[in-house]
Write a protein that binds this ligand. Structure first.
Ligand code: PAF
Length: 282
């Protein structure tokens, strides 16, 4: 049975009743098959699964989609039930931020100055602040985050390490539609032609990954991505294409690396990334 709790007091009671290991999956709702994969991963590793559903106002910029972000609690609960979640914590704003906007926020450091942080100032301060609060409220042994938000996953890992949060942060591979589109709650904003245009992002990453598989160096990998993007279909405005090491440091040496892309498709901002391996230099 899945128990829905709305307040800190209800959460504390439900959490105290969970014996054994607890895996948390933090979400903003609008759950899709990507979240279900996170829930299944949590189910496999932990004795109990706790899901949080909270659209965190702190991580939205003034011109972003906080108001129109999909809120689908009933459907989300159904997903959680199906996936065998034990507890769903779906608090309102006052429950998470009882004193209003927090005065003190987590500083994500220099890794947040680039990529998403460049176009979304304050975003990672908001994400890490709520994640840290939710770590304290839910006290998980394991926490599952999708690799699709790779910068978020990397920063949450760093925060847990730097702040000695006793939790294992587990990255879960991105789930894609059969045609390659990475699943995202924001995909539901896309019109059919925009969805078609959005496929350019994963196709470009595949072209870069293929170049890496052929043993080409980083510069050629990036060139392959840009060639695949071409002038881009109408309505696709590329924000960045980046090649980093697995910890998001730029200029990766041979070995495991990450290829990342962000673009605006119509009015929707989409991100995607893939793991690649750069061959040793000849
Ligand atoms: O990835 C998300 O859905 C959010 O950024 C998170 C981790 C739930 C924090 O609000």
């Amino acid at each position: 049975m899945t128990e829905l709790v709305r307040t800190r007091a209800e959460l504390a009671k439900a959490r105290a009743a969970l014996t054994g290991t607890v895996g948390v999956v933090m979400t903003m709702g609008a759950l899709h098959a990507g979240h279900e994969t996170l829930l299944r991963a949590a189910r496999e590793r932990a004795d109990h699964v706790l899901v949080t559903i909270f659209v965190n106002p702190l991580q939205f910029g003034p011109n972003e989609d906080f108001d129109r972000y999909p809120r689908t609690l009933e459907a989300d609960l159904e997903v959680c039930r199906r996936a065998g979640a034990d507890v769903v914590f779906a608090p309102d704003r006052g429950e998470v931020y009882p004193d209003g906007e927090p005065l003190v926020r987590v500083d994500p450091g220099r890794l947040a100055d680039d990529l998403e942080g460049l176009s979304r100032p304050g975003f990672f301060h908001g994400v890490l602040t709520v994640v840290l609060k939710l770590f304290h409220l839910t006290r998980p042994d394991l926490a599952f985050f999708g690799e699709k938000d790779y910068q978020q996953l990397t920063l949450v890992r760093r925060m847990a390490r730097d702040f000695d949060v006793p939790v294992e942060v587990v990255g879960v591979p991105t789930v894609r539609e059969p045609d390659g589109l990475a699943l995202s709650s924001r995909n539901r904003y896309l019109s059919p032609p925009e969805r078609e245009a959005a496929l350019t992002l994963s196709a470009a990453l595949r072209a870069g990954a293929a170049a890496a598989d052929r043993g080409e160096p980083g510069g050629e990998v990036l060139a392959a991505v840009h060639r695949a993007l071409g002038d881009g279909p109408p309505g696709v405005e590329v924000d960045y294409v980046a090649l980093t090491d697995a910890d998001l440091e730029p200029g990766p040496p041979p070995g495991p690396a990450r290829l990342l892309i962000a673009a605006r498709v119509g009015t929707t901002r989409l991100i995607d990334n893939v793991a690649i391996r750069l061959a040793p230099r000849p």
